[in-house]
Write a protein that binds this ligand. Structure first.
Ligand SMILES: CC(C)(COP(=O)(O)OP(=O)(O)OC[C@H]1O[C@@H](n2cnc3c(N)ncnc32)[C@H](O)[C@@H]1OP(=O)(O)O)[C@@H](O)C(=O)NCCC(=O)NCCS
Length: 127
């Protein structure tokens, strides 16, 4: 839960199963976006997953927010798939980013966005 001046403004959920951590339910109240709450939530979730010594941290990203996750060190794997009727890409936290959390990754630096793959495809490896 993220709070700004005591008000709950954002959520994230971490589910750990079989050495894998899945981050989900990422959302920040509209009026509080762009103030770093999402970044703080994601950072906390990654730190919690690391403490549990998982081998992989992943999430299912909606297409418009892929750039947000890329900035935080995630990269896309697999093809676009539908979840709850919404197009998603699976994204995995890069181990490179673990040395410099939040640093822009090569894909983000070069402007190569993984979210541009809008081809309908098979569902990326299962959650
Ligand atoms: C995605 C979301 C959680 C981001 O939260 P936020 O508090 O606005 O993000 P932050 O302010 O921490 O932003 C961190 C960085 O990501 C960038 N960013 C935020 N949203 C972005 C987006 N949609 N695309 C690209 N970059 C984005 C910010 O500009 C900032 O960059 P900087 O560090 O270079 O300044 C928020 O926009 C949200 O709740 N969206 C609606 C729900 C949703 O789509 N959830 C994700 C489902 S998979």
């Amino acid at each position: 839960m993220a709070r700004i001046r005591g008000r709950a403004v954002g959520t994230a959920r971490l589910v750990v199963k079989n050495d894998r951590a899945k981050i989900g339910r990422m959302a920040v109240l509209k009026g509080y976006r762009g103030k770093g709450a999402g970044k703080a939530l994601l950072k906390r979730a990654i730190e919690s997953a690391r403490k549990k010594k998982v081998k992989m941290i992943y999430l299912h990203a909606q297409i418009p927010v892929i750039g947000f996750y890329e900035k935080m060190g995630f990269h896309c794997v697999g093809r676009l798939f539908m979840e709850a009727g919404i197009p998603h890409r699976k994204m995995v936290f890069s181990p490179i980013a673990s040395r410099s959390f939040g640093a822009r990754q090569p894909a983000a630096r070069s402007g190569r966005k993984c979210g541009r793959d809008s081809r309908p495809g098979q569902r990326a490896s299962a959650a």
